[in-house]
Design a protein around this ligand. Structure first.
Ligand code: AMP
Ligand code: MG
Length: 541
């Protein structure tokens, strides 16, 4: 069967014909054993997924399946065997990629796909090409001292967040399936010597490419300059054809485009309050897609210093408010890796400047949408925004709830009159975790801010209906907050998939009010504040 046939059918995965253009374009490791080791002069190592005992489908993305031309499989059977690493479809030539990375600010040397295995590439009905990759499919040469597996809780979180981010309109890798392996995996979740057996699972991730900044860094650090060039040329030919040419200037323009895409991605993270948690350069996609969902989280109370990752609790390097700056730092590491191809540091500097300007412009445009304004930049806007974020940070105030509720105030009661003259604006009241925490000065400042925003909006030139529409499209109502994800995990672990299905259904339409879903849009309940997985998470996965 040729790739053309894939385009016309709702195929069973087991019958789909896969391609292997990465394998054809780049050199493989000469050794294909999965013994942990340092690999040289290769972009990847051929590895076969290690079979599991009882694969069972737990979740599937219908719209991604349809985009790939694949039929939803039954709970068990040939397609699920492939999604669990127990079988291969025609044309698959599975491999683990070799990459390095800067972890928490330090060069970590070789990392690589320690538990991810790319199966192959699938031509889609619309003529695109997507890679399918299993995460948790067993050891590879890059597994170091770990087992190559993943637990249900982290796999469910990755599946859920990939779906959420896509539907939120944030550039992301995607997830096609979540499969239980039937095997147990031992993890020390709190790193306190209490290792426990947990159910294992595998996510099938999908992206045009899973190439990371770290793939370039490892070749550059190992002085494999020919390989560096071949990797760049392959990525450009397959994903950035408009930057072909192979000249220093063409590579520099390509780098600038990577900078632009990364800036747009991070501006959207900031818009929805997403905190990646582990922005090491091995987790940064060369396509500007959110990649590797580990100890991520969603900002609830607005706090730029917040991170869900307990491993980063002391330094807070990857906290919400640091993400834009870390994006720049990571791109500077990529610039260093690409220097042998470009030669001129000034050209790389231009790319980094592009990052800075794109981030600033995109964030300002998104913030204007969040506030229902045509644009920001009028006299007084800067002060209005500074005051808003100062007030949001002053006492624990739920950022998503505040912005969403603000959209309902575009038209409404005149705030000067009656109770409104002395009470808190409704969006603030709705978003406060402890109403008593605000003192009278802060209450007065909130009232003043609200009037200012009202007046600014009334004179902005957009009709009220249009302002409300823009605000609703920029400010999500439903997010898979960590405690909601944890409830779905607890139920799934006990064999009940209904809460996961329900949560998936809600987050697939994040901007639209859905009947009976009020609890999904509510503030985090108090019990969840300090419960494991409900706010903070370790890297154990
Ligand atoms: P992460 O922090 O999840 O991005 O992972 C950093 C590195 O550790 C990557 O090379 C991963 O492939 C590897 N890694 C993480 N967990 C495991 C595991 N359970 N088995 C093998 N390798 C792993
Ligand atoms: Mg990673």
């Amino acid at each position: 069967m040729s790739a053309i046939d894939n385009r016309s059918m709702n195929l069973d995965l087991a019958q789909a014909e896969f391609e292997a253009s990465v394998v054809a374009a780049l050199p493989a490791d000469v050794d294909s054993s999965n013994r942990p080791r340092a690999v040289a002069d290769a972009a990847y190592t051929f590895v076969t997924p290690t079979p599991v005992s009882a694969p069972r489908l737990l979740a599937w993305s219908d719209d991604l399946g349809a985009a790939l031309g694949l039929a939803r499989p039954a709970a068990t059977g040939p397609a699920v065997d492939i999604l669990a690493g127990n079988a291969l479809a025609p044309g698959m030539r599975p491999y683990a990629a070799r990459y390095g990375g800067h972890q928490f600010g330090n060069w970590a040397g070789q990392l690589g796909d320690g538990r991810a295995i790319t199966l192959g590439e699938l031509g889609t009905p619309t003529g695109e090409r997507q890679e399918l990759q299993l995460k948790g499919a067993g050891p590879t040469p890059y597994s170091r001292f770990a087992d190559g597996r993943a637990v249900l809780r982290s796999s469910l979180r990755e599946f859920l967040c990939s779906e959420a981010m896509h539907h939120l309109g944030v550039p992301t890798t995607r997830a096609l399936s979540l499969v239980a392996t039937g095997d147990e995996v031992v993890r020390d979740m709190f790193y306190d010597g209490n290792a426990q057996a947990e159910p294992g699972a595998i996510v099938c991730r999908v992206a045009p490419s899973f190439t990371r900044f770290g793939n370039f860094e490892i070749h550059s650090a190992s002085e494999e300059l020919e390989l560096l060039r071949r990797l760049a040329d392959h990525v450009i030919a397959a994903h950035y054809p408009e930057y072909a040419g192979g000249t220093p200037r063409a590579y520099a323009r390509w780098f600038s485009e990577i900078c632009r895409r990364t800036a747009v991605m991070i501006a959207h993270w900031m818009r929805v309050g997403f905190v990646h948690g582990v922005m090491n350069t091995d987790n940064m996609s060369i396509l500007g897609l959110t990649l590797d969902y580990g100890p991520y989280g969603w900002l609830e109370g607005y706090d730029p210093a917040w991170t869900p990752n307990t491993t980063d609790a002391a330094g807070r390097r990857y906290a919400y408010g640091n993400q834009p700056q870390i994006g720049m730092w990571n791109l500077a590491r990529l610039a260093g890796a690409l220097l042998p191809l470009i030669g001129d540091k000034d050209w790389l500097q231009e790319g980094l400047e592009r990052y800075r300007s794109t981030y600033t412009e995109t964030w300002r445009a998104l913030l204007a949408d969040k506030l229902g304004l045509e644009a920001l930049g009028r006299e007084g806007d800067e002060a209005m925004i500074d005051e808003l974020f100062a007030l949001l940070a002053a006492v624990e105030t739920d950022m998503p709830i505040f912005f969403r509720a603000l959209g309902e105030q575009v038209v409404g009661a005149e705030p000067h009159s009656g109770a409104a003259a002395t009470s808190l604006p409704q969006p603030v009241a709705a978003a406060l975790y402890d109403g008593a925490a605000l003192d009278e000065t802060q209450r007065a400042r909130w009232r003043a801010w609200f009037l200012r925003w009202r007046e600014r909006g009334a004179g902005c030139g957009l009709a009220a209906g249009e302002r409300r529409r823009r605000m609703q499209a920029a400010n999500p109502l439903y997010l898979p907050r960590n405690y909601l994800a944890q409830q779905a995990i607890d139920a799934a672990t006990a064999g009940d998939l209904a809460p996961l299905q329900r949560l998936l259904q809600v987050i697939r339409r994040p901007y639209e009010a859905q009947d009976g879903c009020e609890s999904f849009a509510a503030r985090r309940p108090e019990w969840a504040r300090h419960r494991a997985g409900c706010s903070a998470l370790s890297c154990s996965s």
